[in-house]
Design a protein around this ligand. Structure first.
Ligand code: AKG
Length: 267
């Protein structure tokens, strides 16, 4: 499976419209990949809490439509990162707002949505403004010349909760995709935990972080793709960068057969 990871850098001076035009152009340039991945909350700004309410939109809103058409033009499965989703609150005290990842097929159809389960911010930002997701989501990504690859979805802070990845593994995931707006001061956790999830679940891991500085926070970059034995196949630096890498899917299953640790689980 050929994967492109678009590690975007953005600052406060770029409007959502300008950023969307730039991002969709970058996606269109990734023709030939099976899967293209964007970072968490790139349209609204990962830490730009102040602007989230006015930038919230439904999963068929203008950002989704722009991403759908870019996926179709490039002929790729597009993990469009996440948006601030607005919708009907699902509980009496619900906010009707989620951090929602969108996945589009190469035909431009919305084939999966994932609402971030673990909200980051310790009482500010996400826990204050957003509702948590409740569903574990996988999506089957078509790959030329072989059966589809099962991809498990999660977002940023979710990376710190290994039980989510076990649940994704138990639903057949072969690859985990993790868009993020992970800050620079804890970037060592980001790279290490990505490798940890790969090793403990024997899955390949695709991590797409944000770069640049916005809303007073410096993002850490260092997007990476890790194989199912924990080796880093490719890693970005601190700035905007597009990674392109081949994940060998049969190798994932060879790793599981050669070192069958998952068969020794005792719960
Ligand atoms: O867990 C962390 O250190 C960062 C998480 C984060 O920034 C997020 O989930 O948006």
């Amino acid at each position: 499976m050929r994967v492109a990871v678009i590690q975007l850098a953005y600052g406060d001076g770029e409007s959502v419209a300008e950023r969307t035009a730039r991002v969709t152009e970058l996606v269109r340039r990734q023709r030939g990949h099976d899967l293209v991945v964007l970072p968490e909350l790139w349209p609204a700004g990962g830490f730009d809490h102040r602007h989230w309410p006015e930038r919230a939109e439904p999963v068929d809103g203008p950002i989704a439509q722009a991403l759908a058409s870019a996926a179709r033009d490039a002929g790729v499965t597009l993990h469009g990162g996440s948006i601030v989703e607005s919708g009907q609150p699902q509980t009496a005290d619900g906010r009707g707002c989620w951090n929602t990842s969108l996945v589009f097929s190469p035909e431009g159809r919305l084939v999966a949505t994932y609402r971030k389960i673990h909200r980051f911010g310790f009482g500010q930002g996400e826990p204050k403004l957003m509702d948590p997701g409740a569903d574990i989501v996988t999506v089957d990504v078509p790959v030329a010349g072989r059966e589809p690859v099962r991809v498990g979805l999660s977002t940023c802070y979710d990376l710190r909760f290994p039980e989510l990845y076990r649940a994704l593994l138990d639903r057949g995931s072969e690859v985990f995709v993790i868009p993020a707006a992970w800050p620079k001061p804890r970037i060592g956790h980001w790279t290490l935990l990505g490798r940890a999830r790969a090793i403990e679940d024997q899955c390949a891991v695709v991590q797409c972080n944000t770069a640049g500085s916005h809303a007073g926070h410096e993002m850490g970059g260092h997007s990476q793709v890790v194989d199912a034995s924990g080796a880093v196949l490719v890693q970005a630096g601190p700035d905007e960068e597009v990674l392109s890498v081949e994940i060998d899917i049969p190798t994932i299953h060879q790793v599981r057969t050669a070192f069958p640790v998952l068969a020794d689980r005792r719960l």
